[in-house]
Design a protein around this ligand. Structure first.
Ligand code: FES
Length: 309
């Protein structure tokens, strides 16, 4: 689970004294430095619209981009293993399999490079145990990608695409990639990385009164509760809008975020959402916030979630 409450000693290298640095695990210091570099390269801390960060996060796709890309090398490299085994069984009779392996290994490696870039962008927003597992996940898969790049080069240097060394290096790359993929699954299923943090929020059957109209502040987000779920309510030009207060990206409190017109910026990693539509506008979030319908009855603001889970 993402925890944004990182001690200053792990985020600001300028403030680390010598004694605390010596006690900080190497993996944390490595992660701090890597994350700072990645954030600078992706413009994660720049002013909106932060297009590169948004592109790499999959905000435009309304789905995280990294897990989608990782499917390609896993499938392509598995096919490469099969083709290489077929070729090795009978190099003369199955020369076609070496050619097929050459095609799938190139496809998988190109997709892996894209997966590495998007994965680094995602990992730069992680903390704690999630971050440590992500570091190993990334190192293993980067290592696998390097092995496959070597495998591609060896094949391309042969006019027939046939290379025993390339096949063997590919087998090693597949083993390394499989261990890395296991850790990626652990991040999602055990630690909740990139999981929609509003996925299990309750949706009541009827409207629920949350606040007298007279008490609603104008042009400011106000936290209310509907069916036990925190909701961010906005009164804008005498119109009311409401979205889930828990950020879909990693659970940040949107009602504490910075509001610009009808757009709120999450205080944890800077995702920006339209309070009118719930849509993520700026990454790292890609999943929209659940929306609530607002009506006024007997001087009370009443909310009901739009849609189910
Ligand atoms: S929790 Fe990450 S952007 Fe909101």
């Amino acid at each position: 689970m993402t925890d944004p409450q990182v001690p200053a000693s792990t985020t600001d290298t300028d403030t680390i004294d010598t004694s605390s640095e010596s006690r900080t695990p190497f993996t944390d210091r490595l992660s701090d430095n890597l994350q700072s570099i990645i954030k600078a390269l992706t413009g994660a801390n720049a002013r909106p619209p932060r297009r590169l960060k948004t592109l790499l996060s999959g905000t435009w796709l309304r789905h995280p981009l990294h897990p989608l890309l990782t499917d390609v090398p896993v499938g392509a490299w598995l096919l490469t293993v099969v083709f290489d085994i077929v070729w090795l069984i009978s190099p003369n009779g199955n020369a076609w399999a070496a050619r097929a392996a050459e095609g799938t290994v190139i496809l998988g490696t190109l997709a892996a490079l894209a997966a590495v870039v998007t994965g680094l962008a995602d990992w730069s927003d992680s903390y704690g145990a999630e971050r440590t597992t992500g570091l190993y996940h990334g190192l293993l898969n980067s290592g696998a990608t390097i092995l496959y790049i070597i495998s591609v080069v060896l094949r391309l240097t042969q006019t027939t695409g046939e290379s025993t060394a390339a096949a063997v290096i590919g087998f090693a790359g597949f083993v390394v990639m499989t261990i890395g993929a296991y850790l990626g699954g652990d991040m999602v299923f055990a630690k909740g990385t990139q999981v929609n943090h509003t996925a299990w929020e309750a949706a009541g059957d009827d409207y629920e009164a949350v606040l007298p109209v007279a008490e609603a502040p104008a042009n400011a987000l106000f936290r209310v509760t509907v069916s036990g779920v925190p909701v961010a309510l906005l009164k804008l030009n005498d119109k009311f809008f409401a979205i889930a207060a828990t950020c879909t990206h990693a659970g940040g409190p949107l009602d504490e975020g910075e509001l610009q017109g009808d757009v709120v910026q999450c205080p944890w990693h800077g995702s920006r959402f339209s309070v009118r539509t719930g849509q993520a506008i700026t990454g790292p979030a890609s999943i929209a916030q659940p929306r609530y319908d607002v009506r006024i009855r007997d001087g009370q603001i009443e909310l009901k979630r739009i849609g189910g889970h």
